[in-house]
Design a binder for this molecule. Structure first.
Ligand code: UTP
Length: 276
């Protein structure tokens, strides 16, 4: 029912310089797979088949990754090495890929608005692939699609964070409908601990209804001079309904060096070694 997933991948990835000087941070490998491929696989698992990328300058490697590499594939065709391409070939078989460019980095909200031409007038998933989410059974996006079917409104994935970490996230407040589900009535982007309405932080998984585009068009630049998705979501919450869902699974902040190293160790021990 939700076919499209948007990947805003235009950010500079400054926290990973110099590695990200000429390489997109979304191509950093966690063990043997680039971060962005984990995100695409999660979207495919959730039943989505159109992956829409909002890219920027210096991000060509992402586009190339989701295409055939004739020379390489020809070279290793028929050899034992071909099996290394299995996972990416599966991804290419199951999904279509579209791209547009965000010319100026005006924030996540602006990146999502830039993706409107690829999405159109339908609900869609959003994956920030620097958040790596792992769950053995149902992926986080799959869990969220199920909820969307029930509520038909925008959904944000949340996680409890320590008070001294709220300044890194959008933080929600709302009415608890269940232990893991809230109807959002307030949202603040990157609050200091004193200003945080709770310790429930939004992580990089969303399902958005398409009215978000009109709201984003009217959303002025907020914190950091950027157009903030959090501000647009708050408007949406006030006009209608936004749900916040405490997902099942692990999430690693691979946009930070510590989170990236943790993810690498976890995937190596718990995923990679089990399938190799
Ligand atoms: P981040 O806040 O992690 O920024 O963006 P960043 O530039 O990627 O990384 P640092 O902080 O410089 O190390 C959150 C997500 O929003 C995307 C990023 O690509 C990332 O997936 N984004 C952000 C855009 O696509 N465009 C923007 O203008 C801003």
């Amino acid at each position: 029912m939700i076919e499209k997933c948007l990947f805003p991948v235009a950010g500079y990835g400054t926290r990973f310089l110099p590695a990200t000087k000429s390489m997109p941070k979304e191509m950093l490998p966690v063990v043997n797979k680039p971060l962005v491929q984990y995100g695409v696989e999660e979207a495919i698992q959730a039943g989505m088949n159109q992956m829409a990328f909002v890219t920027g300058r210096g991000k060509r490697a992402i586009t190339d990754h989701f295409d055939i590499s004739y020379e390489l594939e020809n070279q290793i065709a028929g050899t034992a090495k071909e099996e290394y391409l299995t996972s990416i070939r599966e991804v290419l078989d199951k999904a279509r890929f579209t791209m547009t460019r965000q010319r100026e980095m005006k924030g996540l909200g602006h990146a999502i608005l830039t993706g409107e031409t690829l999405i159109g007038n339908e609900p869609f998933g959003v994956v920030l692939s620097d958040d790596l989410c792992i769950n053995d059974t149902e992926g986080v996006m799959e869990q969220m699609v199920k909820l969307y079917k029930q509520f038909r409104c925008s959904i944000v994935a949340i996680q409890e964070v320590p008070a001294d970490q709220t300044h890194k996230y959008g933080v929600i407040a709302g009415e608890a409908l269940k232990e893991d589900l809230y109807r959002v009535d307030d949202m603040v982007e990157k609050p200091s601990p004193e200003d945080a309405p709770s310790n429930l932080a939004i992580i990089g998984r969303y399902i958005l209804t398409p009215d978000i585009f009109d709201i984003l068009r009217d959303t002025p630049a907020g914190k950091g001079g950027e157009i903030q998705l959090t501000d647009a979501l708050l408007t949406q919450a006030k006009n209608g309904c936004v749900m916040a869902y405490k997902f099942k699974g692990k999430r690693f902040d691979c946009g930070s060096v510590d989170g990236f190293v943790e993810a690498t160790n976890y995937v190596y021990e718990n995923v990679y070694q089990h399938i190799n």
